[in-house]
Design a protein around this ligand. Structure first.
Ligand code: HEC
Length: 200
């Protein structure tokens, strides 16, 4: 009796074989489905501007309505990390910056002082030399000598006016805004103050 029942269904081995064939078939089918066809563009969901049209700068290619290739910036937009600096370049504006701006840095912070010293060494000492007297290597090679930042008059100049000087430049001193970010400009001023305090 029992032997008859066992013999009536397929044997475990052939079941296993069938199952294996089915699984392999599914795997091959799935692989065929997901193999990318690089010869054509696939459906894209939310491309997130990954393939936005590229326009040569200054070209007249109009890709936007009204014949435009570039949108006007909305009001009040600033580049990330940029500080709106609402001061003109002249001496009056530098004085106004001196009245209005306060340094966010403090001499108490050893990291800011150290960073200020590094910024000064890299960006300022070429002209102003390590002490601030104004005989840096660039001056030795013919650059006009800057006024000493160790003079009594220089020590009186407020932080905000120095920030204006570093940001906008003045006379032969170049504007540093593109090279030194806002915080590092303030840190460099910390170092200027230290040089002035240590000067005899
Ligand atoms: C290319 C040379 C050059 C570099 C680099 C330079 N300066 Fe100057 N700096 C000058 C000159 C020139 C003047 C005099 C400006 C003038 O004639 O009004 C000056 C003036 C100054 C003064 C005196 C301001 C005053 O009113 O007494 C300070 C302070 C100063 N620079 C700080 C710096 C700092 C800080 C840096 C670096 C972040 C720097 N400078 C980088 C050339 C340079």
């Amino acid at each position: 009796m029992n032997g008859d029942v066992a013999r009536s269904g397929p044997s475990p081995i052939s079941r296993f074989l069938v199952l294996t064939v089915v699984v392999i078939g599914l795997l091959v089918g799935f692989r065929w489905l997901v193999t990318p066809d690089t010869s054509r563009r696939h459906l894209e969901f939310f491309p997130d501007m990954a393939t936005s049209p590229a326009v040569e700068s200054q070209s007249l290619a109009a890709i936007l309505p009204f014949g435009l290739s570039q949108q006007a910036l909305p009001d009040g937009v600033v580049a990330r990390g940029a500080l709106p600096f609402p001061y003109g370049p002249d001496a009056e504006e530098a004085a106004r910056a001196g009245r209005e701006l306060r340094s966010p840095m403090s001499v108490e912070s050893e990291t800011d002082m150290q960073r200020g010293a590094d910024v000064y060494r890299i960006h300022c000492s070429t002209c102003h030399d390590a002490t601030g007297a104004g005989l840096g290597p660039a001056v030795m090679r013919g650059m006009l000598q800057p006024t000493s930042m160790l003079s009594a008059a220089s020590k009186q100049v407020p932080d905000g006016t120095l920030f204006h000087l570093l940001t906008k430049g003045r006379g032969n001193m170049p504007a540093m805004a593109a090279r030194i970010d806002v915080d590092d400009r303030w840190r460099a001023i910390l170092h200027v103050r230290r040089l002035q305090a240590e000067a005899p």
